[in-house]
Design a binder for this molecule. Structure first.
Ligand code: SF4
Ligand code: SF4
Length: 171
């Protein structure tokens, strides 16, 4: 179990699992839906499957404003970096440095985003351009795609499994 002080020291300067950088979406059990709506989360519904959209509106300055009632998936999620610090494979200082670098990479992506667009939009453009191959009409600037590629490399290396892209793992 993660010691609360480690998670607190690390996560309150990070927020990458809540701010849309790591995931677009977190799963919800059906019984969590009313509480998530009360907490102001953007609940998404697809037949009998539920979730909430990220970036999470409950995140303020890397701190969860609905901490005591947050969904189970948020309670259970530990990124690779947090687990490495917990296992003493990485020091808190090293982990803090990685977070600072990754937040800087996220800022770089945001600076390249066209007005009124999001990280989710940029990832969708990249996917669509990949699917269209050589016939693609480029929606996004090459600088945005380069910055996004760099960010995703850092996220895959330090924070998530490549298979966890887009969706926060189910608790
Ligand atoms: S990505 Fe990891 S270090 Fe950052 S807030 Fe989430 S669990 Fe904490
Ligand atoms: S509810 Fe809290 S812990 Fe969960 S994604 Fe939102 S800000 Fe993060």
């Amino acid at each position: 179990m993660t010691r609360p002080s480690i998670a607190s020291d690390l996560c309150t300067q990070c927020g990458l699992c809540c701010n849309g950088a790591l995931f677009d979406f977190g799963p919800l059990a059906s019984e969590e839906v009313p509480g998530a709506r009360r907490d102001g989360l953007s609940v998404l519904e697809d037949n009998t499957k539920y979730g909430f959209a990220l970036p999470c509106p409950a995140l303020e300055a890397a701190t969860c404003q609905v901490y005591s009632t947050r969904p189970q998936t948020c309670r259970a999620f530990q990124c690779k970096l947090l687990r490495a610090v917990e296992a003493e494979d990485t020091t808190l200082d090293e982990a803090t440095h990685i977070i600072i670098q990754t937040l800087a990479a996220l800022d770089e992506v945001k600076q390249q985003l066209p007005p009124n667009s999001s990280l989710t939009d940029a990832r969708r453009w990249r996917r669509e351009e990949g699917e269209a191959g050589a016939t693609a009409t480029l929606t996004a600037s090459p600088y945005l795609m380069m910055a996004l590629g760099m960010l995703d490399l850092m996220l895959d290396q330090h924070f998530r499994k490549a298979t966890e892209r887009q969706v926060m793992p189910r608790a």
